[in-house]
Design a protein around this ligand. Structure first.
Ligand code: CMP
Length: 139
């Protein structure tokens, strides 16, 4: 299987609670290579752009408010079958339904503050990674 990549983000709530180190360790221990990493803070417009595929949803405004409330960690992760394997590692979007041992089960506070984001398709992984990282930032 060819190497694939996915885009991930550690959300403001998990950064605020000092969960960045343990989450990165779990990502590495699960066989992902960190190809690019950046700590940054989105403004509201940037969060709206990032989550534009959800703009018709009722939770969109609140989600963008939250995602621009503090620093995030943006990650480009490389592994075979990266998109699917990362979604398995993080668990269900709703932490109440996430399996034991998943990142969201361990570190999420709520559906919105669910610790991490992971791309759900090749197309979105490309779009999201390109939004954060240029070629010179990927190794
Ligand atoms: P994420 O993987 O970042 O992708 C979109 C986010 O929207 C999702 O995680 C959740 O944080 C949030 N989300 C999805 N569904 C709902 C919902 N029903 N109510 C509030 N937030 C939601």
């Amino acid at each position: 299987m060819p190497l694939g990549y996915t885009f991930a983000m550690i959300k403001p709530s998990a950064c605020r609670k000092n969960h960045v180190g343990p989450i990165l360790a779990m990502i590495n221990q699960s066989g992902f290579r960190i190809s690019a990493i950046r700590s940054t803070k989105l403004n509201k417009e940037e969060a709206e752009h990032f989550y534009e595929i959800h703009k018709e949803k009722g939770f969109y405004d609140n989600l963008c408010e939250f995602m621009s409330s503090g620093p995030i960690i943006a990650l480009l992760l490389e592994k075979e079958n990266a998109i699917e394997d990362f979604r398995t590692l993080i668990g269900n979007t709703n932490p109440c339904m996430a399996e034991e041992g998943t990142i969201r089960k361990m570190f999420a506070e709520s559906l919105q503050k669910n610790a991490v984001h992971g791309s759900d398709s090749v197309e979105n992984a490309k779009r999201e990674a390109d939004y954060f990282f240029n070629e010179r930032e990927r190794y």
